[in-house]
Design a protein. Structure first.
Ligand code: ZN
Length: 295
């Protein structure tokens, strides 16, 4: 993919020097969660007793109440070493993000809508998000609550080595897929699917959502055809194939990512990416109306 010297997005936040420590990772964690558990087991008197004991321990200097209550994680900033290869990847994702902005601004405008781009946050190791703590082992992800895309650039080593899907276009596809989730958030698909969480067939809706994100990644590719080089589509297909549900799902942990659920089979993923690539139109990506077996 030709990308050097092209426009880089300004909606990228460099959080690689941030170190996140502590924090309860959302409601129900830490001391509050402990008190709720005690309350369930021992009732109100139990909670009172626990508070009393906690208060005494605190007075004696044994526990720090902030420790009990958890509170927000602390973020410190460090100077980081960045290799030239990593800097190149960083610049690359900025160009891909800029491409998605142009693509979706055009597509939304065709439907008299205004596209609000997401922020891409590049981090290392662990990151505090509006959806709880995220970690690099989960791969890139989108958080609907804060509308950010998160990526640890070391994922690209994994894509090349573990998933055997190297190449810059494969890396671009991964970003475009996550931005696809943002498009779904803006169009209301994510919220509709999230509301079905309790249904027994929820997993099917999750697959439909994932395949639509692949279709949107294909739409991105369609609108950037002029920058494609030989073998690029194969690269993206290989990535779509390699990060099908069975491959990547093992790596997902926790509730923060829709990816904790199945993405659909590798074949389905490739088919929908390809549909997006051919069509280039937002309205052709309806993965919700057709029967599940025909996806
Ligand atoms: Zn996804």
């Amino acid at each position: 993919m030709e990308w050097k010297g092209r426009r880089e997005s300004e909606n990228v936040e460099d959080g690689r020097g941030e170190r996140t420590r502590g924090g309860t990772g959302g409601a129900g964690g830490g001391g509050i969660g402990l008190l709720m558990t005690i309350g369930k087991m021992f009732g109100f008197k139990g909670v009172l007793a626990a508070l009393l004991v906690g208060g005494v321990l605190w007075k004696m200097g044994i526990v720090d109440p902030s420790m009990l209550l958890g509170g927000p994680p602390t973020v410190t900033r460090e100077q980081i070493q960045v290799s030239p290869e990593e800097e190149e990847r960083f610049n690359f994702v900025k160009v891909v993000l800029a491409d998605t902005e142009d693509t979706w601004t055009k597509e939304f405008a065709r439907h008299d809508k205004k596209y609000q781009p997401p922020v891409l946050k590049v981090y290392r190791g662990q990151v505090n998000t509006g959806c709880g703590m995220g970690s690099a082992s989960a791969g890139p992800f989108y958080c609907p609550a804060d509308q950010n895309v998160y990526i640890d650039l070391s994922f690209y080593d994994e894509l090349a080595e573990t998933f055997n899907a190297p190449g810059d276009f494969a890396q671009g596809y991964v970003v475009a897929h996550e931005v696809g989730h943002h498009v779904q958030k803006l169009l209301g698909y994510s919220d509709k699917v999230a509301a079905m969480r309790a249904r027994p067939d929820y997993n099917q809706y999750s697959v439909r959502l994932e395949l639509q994100a692949d279709f949107y990644a294909g739409v991105w590719a369609h609108h950037n055809k002029e920058y494609l080089e030989r073998g690029d589509i194969e690269e993206a297909m290989r990535a779509a194939n390699a990060i099908g549900d069975d491959a990547i799902q093992k790596k997902m942990q926790g509730k923060i990512v829709p990816h904790a659920f199945t993405h659909g089979t590798s074949q389905q993923r490739m088919r929908w990416f390809n549909k997006g690539l051919v069509s280039g139109k937002i309205e052709d990506g309806d993965t919700f109306s057709m029967p599940y077996e025909q996806l």
